[in-house]
Design a binder for this molecule. Structure first.
Ligand code: PMT
Length: 403
């Protein structure tokens, strides 16, 4: 049985003899828990029919940008947003040249411009075409923009030449896209906090913050998709309940603290996405405060630091914090990582164009002892899946080191 979570792969098929391998590639990706949608160039359809890819992927295959019937379903922009990965295999010399130049003259190259998904290229071409300085320059451009290049392999070619230019085998491509390390979360118990807290001033007013809960809810779902058993402790949000094992609603930091501390010893991972109030009113008024004075002074007291307390537990779970900062983001995040003895921290630049509170998009720099990873601006659902995969990888690495 395949218990791997879903990774959405948009497979772009270029026109070359190795198209036959791409048919098997769809099956190999599906075996690793990927949902695959296929887009073919016109040249590719000369080698294998779209029907073949439809049969192996279970979805209709797109070949034209201006296809009214197809656009009435998932249009090409939706398709571009749908993908977690854009994999082009085979990537011909012509396709690589158009991608490097940013030309969007068919569906596949248009999708490559419109998609924010990580781009993977599996080149396949004659060895002389591969060695040509134009192809190598295009390759360098694509690499510099962040494309990951898989292969090519060396050996005998369909044209009779011998040399570099053979497309990698489907299993090798599938493994590069979907390392099995993500299985480390299967059955892991995750406790995650999300949303804001409300600190009562009186029966009708509270101190709150701008957290919408989106980031935490998306991350809870992404961790569950990776096989974890997720319990979400959430402050008040307007979001529908995510698909996780259990959701516990709380209002204040003290309530969140009580629930988390009661459960923390029974979890393998703790993820603190919530924007917890650092202070609460010392004594909330029992009746609605009246505006009978010109000034009102609030007496506040520190709330417990939930994240720090969990990380300090004897046999603490693998602990992931967030750091929302308006300035010196990395410096503050690094000091929280060290001082609170966290396993990882996701640094969030808030109050800027880079996302953060309330917005649908966000960008993060993830730090751990001895490493870091940039997750550029993207929608929170996709960002959550990338972050969940990274958490799974680091959690797996710690397990491997301790066994
Ligand atoms: O909810 P969204 O609108 O989608 O926005 C997402 C987010 C910006 C809220 C989220 O991505 C984020 O950055 N959350 C952390 C916000 C925060 O409170 O950061 P902080 O730097 O003040 O706190 C550091 C860490 O300690 C956080 O993991 C926080 O959950 C935790 N903490 C803080 C105070 C406290 N008393 N207890 C805690 O556990």
């Amino acid at each position: 049985m395949n218990d791997q979570p879903i990774l959405r792969v948009l497979l772009g098929v270029g026109g070359g003899i190795s198209v036959y391998k791409s048919v098997d590639l769809v099956r190999r990706l599906a075996e690793r828990g990927c949902e695959v949608r296929v887009v073919m160039t016109q040249a590719a359809t000369a080698f294998v029919t779209p029907l073949t890819f439809q049969a192996v992927s279970g979805h209709s295959v797109r070949t034209d940008l201006l296809d009214p019937a197809a656009e009435a379903g998932m249009d090409h922009i939706e398709l571009a947003r749908w993908a977690d990965r854009l994999l082009i295999a085979p990537a011909t010399a012509n396709l690589m040249a158009r991608l490097a130049a940013g030309i969007a003259n068919d569906l596949l190259t248009t999708l490559a411009l419109a998609s924010e998904a990580q781009l993977y290229l599996a080149p396949a071409m004659n060895q002389a075409m591969w060695r040509h300085p134009a192809t190598q320059a295009n390759l360098a451009t694509l690499r510099a923009r962040g494309a990951r290049i898989l292969g090519p392999a060396e050996g005998g070619q369909a044209c009779g030449d011998v040399g570099p230019g053979r497309m990698l085998e489907p299993l090798e491509i599938a493994a590069a896209l979907r390392p099995r390390v993500q299985q480390h979360l299967a059955g892991a118990r995750v406790l995650i906090t999300a949303g804001p807290t409300r600190e009562a001033l009186d029966p009708v007013r509270f101190l709150g913050n701008r957290s919408s809960g989106r980031m935490g809810y998306a991350l809870a779902e992404a961790l569950a998709e990776l096989g974890a058993e997720v319990v979400l402790v959430s402050g008040p949000t307007a979001l529908p309940a995510p698909r996780v094992a259990e959701v516990i609603q709380i209002e204040s930091a003290l309530q969140m603290h009580a629930v988390v501390m009661e459960r923390a010893r029974r979890c393998d991972l703790f993820v603190a996405t919530a924007a917890v109030a650092d202070y609460r009113p010392v004594a909330p008024a029992e009746r609605k405060l009246k505006k009978d004075t010109e000034k009102l002074k609030l007496d506040l007291i520190r709330n417990p630091d939930i994240l720090a307390e969990v990380a300090a537990l004897h046999s603490a779970p693998f602990t992931v914090g967030f750091a929302a900062e308006t300035d010196r983001v990395l410096e503050y995040a690094q000091s929280k990582l060290t001082n609170k003895r966290l396993d990882m921290i996701a640094a969030n630049h808030v109050g800027s164009e880079r996302g953060g509170f309330e917005r649908p998009d966000n960008a993060l720099t993830v730090l751990w002892n001895g490493g870091s990873h940039e997750l550029p601006l993207m929608n929170k659902a996709r960002l959550a899946r990338e972050l969940a995969a990274l958490i799974a990888e680091r959690y797996g690495a710690r397990h491997a080191a301790s066994t």
